[in-house]
Design a protein around this ligand. Sequence first.
Ligand code: ZN
Length: 54
Amino acid sequence: MRDDDPPRNARTHAISTSERGSFCTARCACGWAGPARRSRERARTDGAEHLAGS
Ligand SMILES: [Zn+2]
């Protein structure tokens, strides 16, 4: 067991959104990324659902 190598499921989740052209994608600090959306609001919803564990 190495103290500097925390388990993957211990990572914190932090949603951010990035825009690319007319699309917006939600991303998480854990490495998750949602599908490209036409609406930033929809991308935020994707992130919220990821945080909820779906
Ligand atoms: Zn996450």
